[in-house]
Design a protein around this ligand. Structure first.
Ligand SMILES: *Cc1c(COP(=O)(O)O)cnc(C)c1O
Length: 501
């Protein structure tokens, strides 16, 4: 199994090269040349094994130049009960009322309380093995742009991993206080964290530019270092996410919620389009999915794209209470376009060129009709996000975070509009405690305490739910990183951080 670039069909790399490199030379993203096909019998076989067994099968089918042992080692090290609280790292809570049948897939039981852990606990294992295979001896420098959750999850995954250094950039006013504290207190000898004066898109564009800057790259090479990426543009981030959609389906079969072969909807609170794209890959491999429901917050560029076929990032950027989705340029959409055009790299490269030059592009009729056949796009503002949190809590006694609430709200809109009552997997992407202020504000009538940790405690007292241990530990943790820089200082900051002069 080899990989092409979304912008150049001539580029062909192995799985380990795709993972080690992160992004293709000309700025395209790596995509599998073909997808393994799973019959219902294959899916049935997956119902008989646990999460790790399911992961090993799926990784084995994609990582052509990894040995079975390398895959086993990686999976067993990543998805432990110790790190995820139980042997199933992605358990489901069922909420069924009236016309809505929600299987809330809780992807936030890992060490940083957000779904990014599902991929970032295994990526360091895949990445160090990949670098050994393809660039033996080089030190991997991981650059990360984060809207909050990726940064912390990547830091936790890569801290003290031999042969790697990691540097994280986050928008100074674009993350929650808890997210900021999680990053600023990060431990490890190979980590650094920098705030930038800009929003997430600025951070992401800045990192992409550094990746493709030939001068910086050659200076790194002279020091036996190479860049790699832990953002969801890296195939090694995306692949682990395919696993939990199969796993959720298998659990639903095992728990008698659906019969093998039944179709489900998948609802995903979406930012960079990585998580929902993973469910699209699962479907292309044979998972019975009826509709992908792409949920956005007030930054509803994807809603408009799905409805009109025009992607237009020239619009107001909103800072919302679901900050991990405050994104106007969804990188992974490029992979979807590649697949919907049957691998037309020229067309995709053209659209991406238009996006960077003019801030917009319009897909052709074929892609547009495939898009609207597969996807439903909707959005939800902050007020309705909080109302959804309150209603779910009061009516169903289920406490969810702001991102998950966006998904639930858009799912409810979808059901009201279409009458489709098929069982639906809702990707629940963060612990409510990560966004304690907004969640508490939604369910409480009393004045809020000022301090973030007092809010966490108030939330726990009011809902009688436990505070996740990694979050309560932050209170006493020492702040290590306070550096901030301007967007155009990012390249120099990277070189300084690596002691390259
Ligand atoms: C990253 C993130 C998202 C968005 O996921 P994408 O894969 O970028 O679409 C949604 N919710 C939370 C809590 C996140 O951390």
């Amino acid at each position: 199994m080899n990989y092409n670039s979304t912008r150049n069909k001539q580029t062909v790399v192995t799985a380990s090269q795709a993972i080690a490199q992160g992004i293709s030379e000309e700025g395209g993203l790596f995509v599998p040349q073909s997808l393994p096909q799973y019959s219902l019998e294959d899916i049935q076989a997956l119902t008989k094994v646990d999460y790790r067994g399911r992961a090993k099968k799926i990784f084995g089918d994609f990582l052509g130049d990894f040995t079975e042992q390398e895959i086993s080692e990686s999976v067993d090290a990543a998805y432990t009960a110790d790190k995820f609280g139980s042997d199933n790292p992605a358990p489901i809570s069922y909420i069924e009322s009236g016309d809505t049948k929600m299987a809330v897939l809780e992807l936030w039981h890992g060490p940083t309380c957000a779904f990014k852990d599902m991929a970032l606990q295994i990526l360091p294992h895949l990445l160090t093995k990949s670098v050994k295979k393809t660039y033996s001896g080089k030190e991997a420098v991981i650059l990360v742009a984060t809207s909050g959750d990726t940064g912390k999850a990547a830091l936790e995954g890569f801290k003290d991993v031999d042969g790697t250094k990691i540097m994280v950039f986050y928008p100074v006013n674009g993350v929650s206080p808890m997210q900021k504290r999680q990053m600023a207190t990060q431990k490890g000898h190979n980590v650094s964290v920098v705030a930038i004066e800009g929003n997430f898109d600025d951070a992401q564009t800045g990192v992409k530019k550094i990746f493709t800057n030939t001068d910086i790259k050659s200076r790194l090479a002279a020091h036996n270092m190479m860049f790699s990426s832990a953002n969801s543009i890296n195939w090694g981030r995306l692949l682990p996410q395919v696993v939990y959609y199969f796993s959720a389906y298998c659990d639903m079969v095992n728990e008698g919620k659906i019969a093998l072969g039944d179709s489900v909807n998948v609802v995903v609170p979406t930012g960079n389009f990585g998580n929902i794209l993973a469910s699209f890959y699962a479907m292309q491999m044979g998972l019975p999915v009826k509709k992908f429901i792409c949920a956005s917050n007030a930054n509803n560029v994807l809603t408009d794209f799905i409805r009109t076929g025009t992607y237009d990032r020239k619009r107001t950027f909103y800072t919302t209470i679901s900050p991990s989705m405050d994104i106007l340029v969804s990188s992974n959409l490029e992979r979807l376009l590649y697949h919907l055009t049957n691998g037309n790299a020229e067309k995709v490269a053209g659209w991406m060129q238009e996006l960077s030059a003019n801030g917009q592009y319009t897909v052709d009729e074929t892609v547009k009709s495939k898009l609207s056949e597969l996807f439903y796009g909707g959005f939800c503002d902050d007020e309705n996000t909080q109302k959804t949190i309150r209603d779910l809590y009061q009516e169903e006694n289920y406490l969810c975070d702001t991102h998950t609430a966006v998904a639930v709200n858009v799912y409810q809109q979808y059901v009201a509009e279409t009458g489709d009552t098929a069982p639906s997997i809702i990707a629940s992407t963060a612990s409510p405690y990560k966004f304690a202020r907004s969640v508490l504000e939604a369910i409480s009538t009393e004045a809020l305490p000022d301090d973030e940790f007092a809010m966490v405690e108030a939330l726990s007292a009011q809902t009688k739910t436990p505070i996740p241990a990694p979050l309560s530990a932050l209170r006493e943790a020492e702040v290590r990183f306070t550096v901030a820089c301007k967007v155009d200082e990012m390249p120099q900051t990277v070189l300084n951080g690596l002691s390259i002069h």
